[in-house]
Design a protein around this ligand. Structure first.
Ligand SMILES: [Ca+2]
Ligand SMILES: [Ca+2]
Ligand SMILES: [Ca+2]
Ligand SMILES: [Ca+2]
Length: 297
């Protein structure tokens, strides 16, 4: 898959939540971090709703978003009153009883493959603050591979929750290093800071900032190690965390390991019935498929 080559040159350092661990630790000891429940219930819930009630959007033919303020005398429908508006209830990662409303609007779901929470997605996007100042943008001909979940640089939680509600599209290789995308998913979402960077300032994003993103899901990479077992099936214990599944204990997680049981036979070749799916081959009938069973292949 040639488009994977682009992963190496375009992997973004932005959108990632946990690459700033050192800064995080330092600031934690220097400043008092605001109470997460109060910050949402008393500050951000209201500022997010006000933004949605006072703004509307328009789209061009490529699903690029323009935001403007509502004129009370006009006929525009606010984001808040838009019939396409969806709400996800998402738990705070640190406070058990804190549940956020994460709002998104699907412009188009996408026409091809499903996206799962542990996949990697080739995206274009634009992010802005509630004062409508853009803090980052990747335009259509400069997309970036986004690891929804990664050991060292996962995307922020809001991306992980919203993007799996979309599908990817189709692409054609133009032969000159560029691609033409069609049928992809496109949407926008508004997230409280608790599902983004919270108290950690990032470049043009001040601490405690709710964020708005528009995005397009061009291509999903649902088999990162190219072993014909989909990422979702590499999460053997099915807990949405691919970083506790390492069948052969060689230090390479199954999602990145093309010989998952370490028996010297590539996973893609442990497909004795030849249907292209190693997960349904169990030669010794012990309930463990051959590609996860070092005794058989
Ligand atoms: Ca795989
Ligand atoms: Ca392994
Ligand atoms: Ca694997
Ligand atoms: Ca093997």
């Amino acid at each position: 898959m040639r488009i994977k080559i682009l992963a190496i040159i375009s992997l973004s350092m932005f959108l990632m939540s946990s690459s700033c661990k050192k800064d995080d630790d330092k600031k934690d000891s220097d400043i008092k971090i605001k109470d997460r429940t109060k910050q949402y219930n008393e500050v951000e819930k209201d500022s997010i709703e006000t933004y949605m009630k006072t703004h509307y959007y328009t789209l061009d033919a490529q699903y690029n978003v323009t935001i403007d303020t509502i004129d009370p005398a006009g006929s525009h429908i606010s984001i808040w009153d838009n019939p396409d508006l969806q709400t996800l209830q998402v738990n705070d990662p640190k406070v058990e009883d804190l549940v956020y409303d994460l709002y998104y609007i699907p412009f188009r779901i996408g026409e091809n493959r499903n996206i799962h929470k542990i996949d990697r997605v080739f995206v274009a996007y634009k992010g802005w603050l509630l004062n409508n100042e853009t803090f980052d943008e990747r335009i259509d001909n400069l997309p970036v591979w986004l690891n929804l979940k990664s050991k060292i640089n996962s995307s922020v939680i809001a991306w992980q929750e919203v993007v799996p509600n979309f599908k990817d599209g189709y692409y054609t290789d133009n032969g000159d290093g560029t691609f033409t995308f069609s049928g992809y998913g496109a949407g926008m979402f508004i997230t409280p800071s608790g599902l983004a960077y919270y108290h950690v300032p990032k470049n043009k994003i001040p601490a405690y900032s709710p964020l708005v993103f528009s995005f397009k899901t061009f291509v999903v990479d649902d088999d990162i190690d190219d072993d014909t077992v989909k990422n979702i099936d590499e999460d053997v214990n099915d807990n949405d965390n691919p970083f506790d599944d390492d069948t052969d204990n060689d230090g390479i997680y199954n999602i990145y390991d093309n010989d998952d049981d370490g028996d010297g036979v590539l996973t893609k070749d442990e497909d004795s019935n030849g249907d292209g799916d190693p997960t349904n081959d169990d030669s010794d009938g012990d309930g463990t498929p051959d590609y996860l069973d070092a005794d058989t292949h």
